[in-house]
Write a protein that binds this ligand. Structure first.
Ligand code: GLA
Length: 407
């Protein structure tokens, strides 16, 4: 393949039918001259604020990015799904004829594709057999939700042929979350799948995870840009720590429910948490959840009022809480945030996503963005020995089929 994931852009994928060439290279003799090659795109997501509260009934504010995973595909007429990829690892070809859809750890990223196929088949959905080449420009393990991106992309592609515009995106996000919880074994909330499926260009998605209602908030930052800073620190132990946090929240909720009537941990006021939870760890976790939810509500208010300085303040407070109360940050993320805040152009910064590595975000004054990237990268590298990757976030639509003239 000509392009390694990181170099791939939409422009170079589409120009001169490059996607066709990639597909032909990957599938060789299986390429059919007489059938169109379709291209689908599924975005990564960045979470602006509302971290680790989507599995506690909280409000979250993610947005879909213009980087993500492409699915280049041709229909098949037998009952086989054949997938290849230049991403994640080189798993090569996988034939899926119904029964071979069990989870196998060694199958890596292919499990997400198998899982989605299995879950949609279990729902008796009509699936379109096809040859698919996945190509990505989403940094893997960066906390920009590559798993949800792939899950939603897979489901969308398999269903689009039969359901088209009737495809229920929210239901698809629910299936993907269920699959990730049960089949992959990560007790995630629905934020990532929802943001990927429902994103809108230049808008953040305000999602109330307790009832799954949402609205779109214009992503207007005036003289500021949202910079994403990938620490390049591998997210080790991510899954087990994630599930540990989810368990701790369940325990905290159970204690509170003995004293107060509530459905979700976000409903608890800080005073109630102080009063009823004596375990210091559980108390910290619950305090983060309660206050982070308030910060989301305040952030949306400030964004709507155009008070970007206060939005920045919310981001920084969120980071402090994730570092000290929820304890999901880490050395590299903390260095990135501290170095960001040192820069004169930065008015707020925090880790984003699950944590334990991955990305931070920073609000930076437009005319200082280049200087910010250069200085923060330099200082970060000096302190951690890792080379980071910084870029400005562009907010795009959710998963879709790309329309362009077919040859
Ligand atoms: C991961 C999960 C999400 C969410 C975030 C933390 O991205 O998939 O559901 O919990 O972590 O906010």
């Amino acid at each position: 393949m000509k392009h390694k994931g990181a170099l791939l852009t939409r422009k170079n994928l589409m120009e001169n039918d490059h996607y066709q060439e990639l597909f032909r290279d990957a599938f060789g003799a299986e390429f059919r001259e007489d059938l169109p090659v379709d291209v689908y795109f599924s975005p990564g997501r960045v979470n602006i604020i509302g971290e680790h509260i989507d599995y506690n009934g909280g409000m979250v504010l993610p947005a879909a990015l213009d980087i993500g995973i492409y699915g280049i595909a041709q229909k098949r007429s037998d009952a086989t799904l054949q997938i290849k990829s230049n991403i994640f690892s080189s798993m090569g070809v996988l034939m899926m004829d119904g029964p071979d859809l069990e989870y196998r750890k060694e199958d890596g990223w292919v499990n997400y594709v198998k899982g989605m196929t299995k879950y949609l088949m279990d729902e008796d959905r009509q699936i379109q057999p096809m040859n698919i080449l996945f190509v990505s420009n989403l940094p893997d393990g960066a906390g920009l939700s590559s798993s949800a991106t792939l899950e939603i992309l897979t489901g969308f592609m398999l269903l689009y042929e039969n359901e088209g515009m009737n495809l229920d995106r929210v239901a698809l996000a629910q299936t993907a979350k269920k699959m990730e919880n049960e089949y992959i074994g990560v007790n995630c909330g629905i934020m990532d799948q929802f943001a990927v499926a429902m994103g809108r260009e230049n808008h953040a998605v305000l999602l109330d995870t307790s009832v799954l209602s949402h609205s779109y908030i214009p992503f207007v930052l005036q003289n500021y840009s949202l910079v994403i800073a990938h620490t390049n620190k591998k997210r080790e132990l991510n899954e087990s720590k994630y599930n540990e946090r989810a368990r701790e929240c369940q325990e905290a909720l159970a204690i509170l429910q003995k004293n107060i009537k509530m459905d979700n941990l976000v409903e608890a006021f800080p005073e109630q948490i102080e009063e009823f939870i004596s375990d210091p760890i559980l108390r910290k976790r619950a305090l983060h959840v309660s206050r982070e939810n308030e910060r989301v509500i305040e952030t949306v208010k400030y964004m709507t009022e155009g008070d970007i300085l206060s939005v920045g303040r919310m981001l920084t407070q969120s980071h402090e809480s994730l570092k000290n109360l929820y304890e999901v940050s880490g050395f590299e993320l903390d260095v990135m945030v501290e170095e960001s805040l040192q820069h004169e152009g930065c008015i707020g910064a925090r880790m984003t996503g699950a944590g334990f590595g991955g990305c931070a975000i920073a609000l930076v004054e437009n005319y200082l963005v280049d200087d910010f990237m250069e200085k923060v990268s330099g200082e970060y590298e000096k302190k951690t020995g890792l080379t980071p990757h910084l870029f400005v976030a562009r907010i795009d639509d959710g998963t879709r089929k790309l329309e362009f003239s077919q040859k």
